[in-house]
Every structure is written in structure tokens, then in C-alpha cells.
Design a protein around this ligand. Structure first.
Ligand code: 5GP
Ligand code: ZN
Length: 123
């Protein structure tokens, strides 16, 4: 039997993954959930999050290496599906805010994927 995924009942992203808080879903499989940012900073702005509650990149362990790699490989695929133009003229930005000084507001590891025609609201 596989171990249950880590879960924090007070975490807003765990609630989104569990469907208790609605979101605009981009993608889902057994280990990740992707959804549009409620306050987009770019024409395309979604986040890819592990379903397991990992508070930030600072708590990721060697066991998470495969998961993190698969999230990185998912980003370009989903970015194209969401309307980003292909590399090199298009492309996208990947951001993982980590900790207070890293600008992290939600403490469930998430990978921002932003793209689309500039200018963007932030950056
Ligand atoms: P952070 O600053 O932690 O890297 O990013 C958290 C992001 O989550 C922010 O860009 C914010 O707009 C987004 N966010 C916060 N609450 C919600 C929510 O309830 N639904 C969605 N879709 N995005 C959220
Ligand atoms: Zn969580």
C-alpha cells in the first residue's frame, strides 16, 4: 500500500487540490495539480503544485527530486497548451518563491509559470 500524501487541513492549496476551494484547473495527475493564479501577473499565469503538502522548496528532500523534475518538464508543455508562444520568440518564466524574503505568501510549494505578450503586471 502506498503512503497517504502529506496534507495540511489549514492550507489553502491543499483545499484547492481537495476541491474544497474552487479553482480554474489546468492539469491534474496522481502527484500534481495545476491551476490559474487568481491574481495573474502575466497574460498566462498558472501554478503547478505537488499534491503532497511540502511547505516550500526549502523543505524538499532527495526523495522529491523526481517529482520536482517532472514538474519542471510539465511546465513547457502546459505553457504551450495555455497559449504561450514557443521558444525562442515566446517562452515563459518559472518562479518558485521561497520564504518571506523570497516573496512566498502561500506555504505549499508551488511553481509559477508566467508567459504571454508583454508588458506584464510584475516583471
Ligand atoms: P506566492 O507569493 O506564495 O509565490 O504565490 C501565491 C500565489 O497564489 C499568488 O500569486 C496568489 O495570487 C495566488 N493565490 C492565493 N490565493 C489563491 C486562491 O485562492 N486561488 C488561486 N487560484 N490563487 C491564489
Ligand atoms: Zn498544502
Amino acid at each position: 500500500m502506498t503512503a497517504p500524501l502529506r496534507h495540511d487541513p489549514d492550507c489553502i492549496f491543499c483545499k484547492i487540490i481537495g476541491g474544497q476551494i474552487p479553482s480554474r484547473k489546468v492539469f491534474e495527475n496522481e502527484e500534481v495539480f495545476a491551476f490559474h493564479d487568481i491574481h495573474p501577473a502575466a497574460p498566462v499565469h498558472f501554478m503547478v503544485v505537488p499534491k503532497a503538502h511540502i511547505p516550500s522548496l526549502a523543505q524538499a528532500t532527495p526523495e522529491d527530486a523526481g517529482l520536482l523534475g517532472r514538474i519542471m518538464l510539465l511546465a513547457p508543455k502546459l505553457a504551450l497548451e495555455q497559449g504561450c508562444k514557443p521558444y525562442p520568440d515566446g517562452g515563459f518564466r518559472v518562479v518558485v518563491n521561497t520564504g518571506a524574503e523570497g516573496g512566498q505568501e502561500v506555504h505549499h510549494l508551488h511553481v509559477h509559470v508566467m508567459g504571454g505578450p508583454r508588458p506584464w503586471a510584475r516583471g
